[in-house]
Design a protein around this ligand. Structure first.
Ligand SMILES: [Zn+2]
Length: 415
C-alpha cells in the first residue's frame, strides 16, 4: 500500500549542505521510501495525499553511544571525579538491574525518553546482567525502536558484584544470540566495557564470538589521558586501538568506538583503514573534562565520526542538544587550534542523522530506497512567518523540544 505525506522535506545528502524539498511529497510503501519530490508523478495522482501543512519532515536522530542503565543518574554527582562517580553512583545503580521489576521500570522510562526527543535508534550499553539486558531488548522491541543492545562484559577492575567470569559472559551472549537472532530492528552488539575491565583472554573470546555470529562491536577508546596510561600499564606499550584490533574487535565487523579523543597517528591510520566509526559525545567531553574530540582533524583523515549522548557521562538524552554542543565544542577547539575549522550546523546535523542512521542500514536520509523513518516538526507560527525552511530546522535543533515533534515514524509506522 502506497502512502503519501506532504510538507517541507529536509535531510543531508552530504555534510556540507541541507537538501530541501519545499512543499514536497514523501511517498512510501510499507517500510520503504519510494520517492521524494515536489511534483507528484502521474501514477500517484489518484492516491490520497495527507497534507500536513507548513511543517518540517526530517530524519530521526540516531544516538550511537548511550548507557541505558545509567539513565536515572543523569545530572547527579557532577562534582565527582570520574572514578569516584563510577564507584559511588554508577556501579551501585548497575547492580540493581538483576531485579527484573527495576530493570523494566528504568528501561521503559529510558525508551520513552528516546522516542520523546526524536531518537529513533540507539546503540546502547546495558549492564552486565543477563536478565537486565534481556529486558532492555524486550523493551526496545515492545516500543518499536531501532537498537543495538549490548550486554556489558567485564572480567576485572570493577566491583565483584557486577563482574562476571568470562565463561558466564560468553554463555549469556550465546543465549542472547539464540533468543534474538530473528529480530530485524533490534540486534545484539558485542560490548566489552573497555580495555581496563578486560584481559587479553576476554577480548579474544569476544572477538571470536563476534566472528562466529557476525556481530558488530562497541566499546570505549582513548577517552582520557589517565585511562590511556592505565591501558599501557595493563597491556604493555601497544596502542589502545591496536589492542582491540589484534583480538578482532576493531572493524573486522561494524564497530563503534566511543570518544576516541586522543588517537595517535598510527591509531588514526588504523581507524580509517578498518572503517571503525568513532562516536563523539560532546556533553560527556565537558562533564568528565576528558578533553575535546578533534572532529575536524579526523574528518580530514577520512575517519567516520558519529554522535552520541553518552548517558550519563552526558546529562541530556536529546540528540538535538548533542548536535548543538558538537558545533559549540568545535568552535571552542578552533580558538586554540585555528587549523581545525569549526563544524557547520549541517555537518553536525549530518552526524546526528545520516551518519548515525548508516550504522542501522539504509536509514537516516529521506530519499528513495531508504527506510521510512522520520519526524514531523511543527514549530511556532512566528518562526514560520519570519524564517526560511533551513533556518527553521536550525531553530528547532537549537531551541526546540519534544513538544515540537508531532509525529514519529519508524519503518513507515507511526509510534
Ligand atoms: Zn560510555
Amino acid at each position: 500500500m502506497t502512502q503519501i505525506i506532504k510538507g517541507h522535506i529536509i535531510y543531508t545528502e552530504s555534510p556540507e549542505s541541507l537538501t530541501i524539498v519545499e512543499n514536497g511529497y514523501l511517498i512510501f510503501e510499507k517500510d520503504q521510501i519510494v520517492g521524494v519530490t515536489d511534483q507528484l508523478p502521474e501514477i500517484y495522482q489518484s492516491l490520497d495525499v495527507e497534507d500536513l501543512g507548513d511543517v518540517l519532515i526530517v530524519p530521526g536522530f540516531y544516538d550511537l553511544h548511550t548507557h541505558g542503565g545509567q539513565y536515572p543518574q543523569c545530572g547527579i554527582g557532577m562534582s565527582h571525579h570520574l572514578l569516584d562517580w563510577l564507584k559511588d553512583y554508577t556501579y551501585e545503580l548497575e547492580r540493581k538491574f538483576e531485579e527484573p521489576a527495576f530493570a523494566k521500570r528504568v528501561y521503559a522510562f529510558f525508551a520513552e525518553a528516546l522516542i520523546s526527543y526524536g531518537t529513533l535508534g540507539a546503540a546502547v550499553f546495558g549492564t552486565s546482567s543477563f536478565m537486565g539486558t534481556q529486558i532492555l531488548f524486550d523493551t526496545f522491541i515492545d516500543k518499536g525502536l531501532r537498537g543495538y543492545i549490548g550486554k556489558v562484559c567485564m572480567t576485572r577492575n570493577a566491583p565483584d558484584f557486577i563482574i562476571k567470569d568470562m565463561a558466564t559472559n560468553i554463555e549469556d551472549m550465546h543465549r542472547l544470540v539464540e533468543r534474538y537472532k530473528d529480530q530485524e530492528r533490534v540486534k545484539l552488539i558485542v560490548t566489552p566495557r573497555f580495555a581496563p575491565t578486560s584481559t587479553h583472554e576476554s577480548l579474544e573470546a569476544l572477538g571470536q564470538l563476534s566472528k562466529e555470529h557476525d556481530l558488530p562491536v562497541q566499546s570505549h577508546l582513548d577517552e582520557t589521558v589517565d585511562e590511556i596510561k592505565w591501558v599501557h600499564s595493563l597491556y604493555g606499550s601497544e596502542s589502545y586501538a591496536s589492542l582491540y584490533d589484534q583480538h578482532g574487535l576493531y572493524g573486522q565487523r561494524p564497530t563503534l568506538m566511543a570518544h576516541g579523543i586522543y588517537l595517535d597517528e598510527e591509531e588514526m591510520t588504523l581507524t580509517q583503514k578498518r572503517g571503525v566509526m568513532l562516536v563523539h559525545c560532546p556533553d560527556s567531553n565537558l562533564n568528565i573534562a576528558s578533553g575535546i574530540m578533534p572532529v575536524r582533524k579526523y574528518m580530514n583523515q577520512g575517519i567516520l565520526v558519529g554522535l552520541g549522548t553518552d548517558i550519563a557521562g552526558g546529562h541530556r538524552i536529546s540528540m538535538a542538544e548533542a548536535t548543538v554542543r558538537c558545533v559549540q565544542l568545535s568552535k571552542q577547539l578552533s580558538v586554540e587550534k585555528p587549523e581545525y575549522q569549526p563544524l557547520l550546523f549541517s555537518e553536525a546535523y549530518h552526524m546526528a542523522t545520516a551518519v548515525g542512521g548508516s550504522f542501522f542500514g539504509r536509514v537516516g536520509k529521506l530519499k528513495a530506497g531508504f527506510k521510512m523513518d522520520c519526524l514531523v516538526i511543527d514549530d511556532l507560527p512566528l518562526y514560520k512567518e519570519l524564517y526560511s525552511v533551513a533556518d527553521r530546522l536550525e531553530k528547532f535543533v537549537y531551541t526546540g523540544d519534544d513538544r515540537w515533534i508531532i509525529r514519529r515514524y519508524i519503518d513507515g509506522q507511526r509510534l
